[in-house]
Design a protein around this ligand. Structure first.
Ligand code: IMP
Ligand code: MG
Length: 178
């Protein structure tokens, strides 16, 4: 603990960004979904839980929720490069429209792994939404359909984001000096 933190994205900016994403998603899925269909939202645990809980309340279409726990960071701030699945989905999203929620896309490996898994499970469509995007860090090509904010290559914590499991509860997002 006890790192130097610098506030970078305020609570207010986060909540404006989440509302904007909610409006875009609601409009797009209102025309995609048929009358009897729901949107399957898949949350990548644990980092995306705060983002997901705020965002799904902004969605004006029927939503069903599932979660998967994936980790690429061994410990600290460097990616191990390998994706570990620590908890699988509860239902196979066969023939469903799926929206993946993550709080930050870095190398893109986590998202790429999950997109492939969902496609081979027979999802009707797979789209991706992230609060933050570090485009300059990308190592695999992956399509991100909805982006809250582009950020530069700095390690951030708060609003679900951790450093060695600390700081997830902070309401704003901070740069951390590691
Ligand atoms: P990727 O597979 O490299 O894109 O990894 C994405 C995951 O790494 C995110 O969902 C986060 O859990 C974690 N991550 C990436 N950058 C940061 C950061 O700046 N702070 C905290 N976690 C991060
Ligand atoms: Mg994550």
């Amino acid at each position: 603990m006890a790192h130097e933190l610098h506030e970078f994205i305020s609570r207010e900016e986060i909540s404006n960004t989440v509302r904007r994403l909610g409006r875009e998603l609601s409009l797009d899925y209102a025309s995609t979904l048929k009358p009897n269909e729901s949107l399957k939202v898949i949350v990548i645990l644990k980092g995306a839980i705060l983002f997901a809980s705020d965002l799904i309340r902004e969605l004006k279409v029927p939503v069903r929720l599932d979660m998967i726990r994936l980790a690429s960071y061994g410990s600290g701030s460097e990616s191990s490069g390998k994706i570990h699945m620590l908890k699988d989905l509860e239902q196979t999203p066969k023939d469903e429209h799926v929206l993946i929620l993550d709080e930050i896309i870095d190398t893109g490996r986590t998202l790429s792994f999950l997109i492939q898994k969902l496609r081979s499970a027979g999802a009707k469509s797979v789209k991706t939404c992230t609060l933050l995007n570090k485009a300059s860090r990308r190592q695999v090509i992956v399509n991100v359909d909805y982006i809250g904010k582009e950020i530069e290559d700095k390690f951030v914590v708060g609003y679900g984001l951790d450093f060695n499991e600390d700081y997830r509860n902070l309401p704003a997002i901070h740069y951390i000096k590691t």
